[in-house]
Design a protein around this ligand. Sequence first.
Ligand SMILES: O=C(O)CCC(=O)C(=O)O
Ligand SMILES: [Fe+2]
Length: 286
Amino acid sequence: MSTSQFLTPELREWVAAQLRNGISREALYQAMLSSGWQADMAQQALAEHRPFEPPLSLPDLPEPTIAPGSLPEPDFGDQRGVLLPDGHRVQIVMALQRPRVIVFGGLLSEAECDAIVTAGRARLARSETVAAQREGSEVNSARTSEGMFFERGENEVVARIERRIATLLNWPVRNGEGLQVLRYRAGAEYQPHYDYFDPRHASSHAILQRGGQRVATLVMYLNTPERGGATVFPDIKLDVMAQKGNAVFFSYDRPDPSTLTLHGGAPVVEGEKWVATKWLRQGEFV
Ligand SMILES: O=C(O)CCC(=O)C(=O)O
Ligand SMILES: [Fe+2]
């Protein structure tokens, strides 16, 4: 259908009839897309019956391919402020060219944030018990959060989020590390650091065997702390406030401070802060 597509009473009635006949919203959405509906129009039509929820499974989205020397990057050639990687509406709140920093609005739905926090919390709780039994366990004062990792594709929500990120950033799912969840309690912080691995460090060698360098980071906010907890970029004097569902993305083409990607999690002043971090590698992460 053409770009001038709009919801006529006939189309509305057709959607209502399909739902009355018992077709699932997900199946109807897929059928609409494959018969040429624009994603936003299909969502609007479905939203008239219930708020739009991203479908759990879509017909195979093509895995993005990487051009040599390229970095993860959304397509906004046509300067849209909203992208629909998998039918879910993602807003572009701000984009900086150098260093490349993009703030996404509504990358995750409330329900997706809550699902990741619930699953993550259960595993954090377990690791806390283990740590408490170990005497003199290592505490890094630069990083006072607690964390856990999901396996890639570990459950439906994780898999859906990973696919959305891959489509949004044009970077294959297999080049991503498993999602990391961090919880910061009041007073906790993550002092400024770089996410790439310093090639001069002996420990980097083995890490780099598993998919090469990190080339980009996506920090997704799973809740909104009462006060504090911004993601800060001291080199460029940028603070991104943690807001549930939003995310900050940045990329770096070499493991060097000249990328200006020094960043940290400022201390949480009141409440807790939960984030999920996705790191993207040059090659397949194994
Ligand atoms: O919590 C934040 O805002 C930053 C997290 C971060 O830098 C990381 O996970 O590498
Ligand atoms: Fe980081």
